[in-house]
Write a protein that binds this ligand. Structure first.
Ligand code: ADP
Ligand code: MG
Length: 238
């Protein structure tokens, strides 16, 4: 059984078709990359999956249960965590408090301190636990967001362009983290950096003009002529 399954999932904004008729399946334990040109509908698709954007049509199942109309917090409680494309930390709060807030709905009270420390250590921010989040570099704030997802002990972790704006060393750290999580957590990763996709993804899905264009292993996707025409030849992706 798939961990996540969408059928006919669509979202229109007025006359604009952002996502149209997407059937999407994720198997438990896999690392799936979601790629596609800017404006293809990637963020809208994961917005619907995570419960922040109501679909115009279609259904979403998580672990065999239909969750199409569930609010976002209920999906988090069920084990679905996500990080936004836009940074969402509270800059005035210490790093520790940001992660503790994220832990609130999933982690028993008595385990929060330890869970927060473990999540921050995992992304390499253990030393910065008492700093104000707003004092961290942009790259460290992105890693903090991943810790905020991880602390929720997700069964499915959705990451929307996590490496955007990261320095090279931080990207390497991110890749190591994904490899470390692989198998234990199902990961859906929206990613523009094809090198990261090739190195960490088990399978790749390609969205183009709101529709699923192709799905396959990283090698299959890289060799797919339609994908090359729509995306990989486009310059900023490669
Ligand atoms: P991607 O993440 O692949 O770059 P998005 O899902 O952000 O693409 O956007 C898909 C399309 O939907 C784009 O044309 C975008 O302008 C449009 N769109 C996204 N969100 C909104 C919104 N809240 N209102 C109107 N149009 C939107
Ligand atoms: Mg996006």
């Amino acid at each position: 059984m798939s961990l996540l399954r969408t059928r006919g999932l669509s979202r229109h904004f007025g006359g604009l078709i952002a996502v149209e008729g997407v059937d999407f399946d994720l198997e438990e334990g896999e690392v799936r990359a979601l790629i596609g040109p800017n404006g293809a509908g990637k963020s809208t698709l994961v917005g619907m999956i995570s419960g922040r954007i109501p679909p115009s049509r279609g259904t979403i199942e998580f672990d065999g249960v239909e969750i199409t109309s569930w609010p976002a917090h209920k999906r988090i409680m069920a084990g679905m965590s996500y990080t936004f494309q836009i940074t969402s930390v509270f800059p005035g709060l210490p790093v520790r408090e940001n992660v503790a807030l994220a832990a609130r709905r999933r982690v028993p009270q008595g385990e929060v301190t330890q869970a927060v420390e473990a999540a921050l250590a995992r992304v390499g921010l253990g030393e910065r636990i008492d700093q104000e989040a707003g004092d961290l570099s942009y790259g460290h704030q992105r890693l903090l967001e991943i810790a905020m997802g991880l602390v929720q002990r997700p069964r499915l972790l959705i990451l929307d362009e996590p490496t955007q704006g990261l320095a090279e060393g931080e990207v390497a750290q991110f890749k190591a983290l994904i490899r470390d999580l692989a198998g234990a957590t199902t990961i859906l990763l929206i990613e523009h950096n094809m090198q990261v996709v090739m190195e960490v993804a088990d399978r790749v899905s390609v969205l183009n003009f709101g529709e699923m264009l192709a799905q396959g292993t990283p090698e299959e996707i890289r060799a797919n002529a339609e994908v090359q025409a729509a995306y990989l030849g486009g310059g900023d992706a490669a």
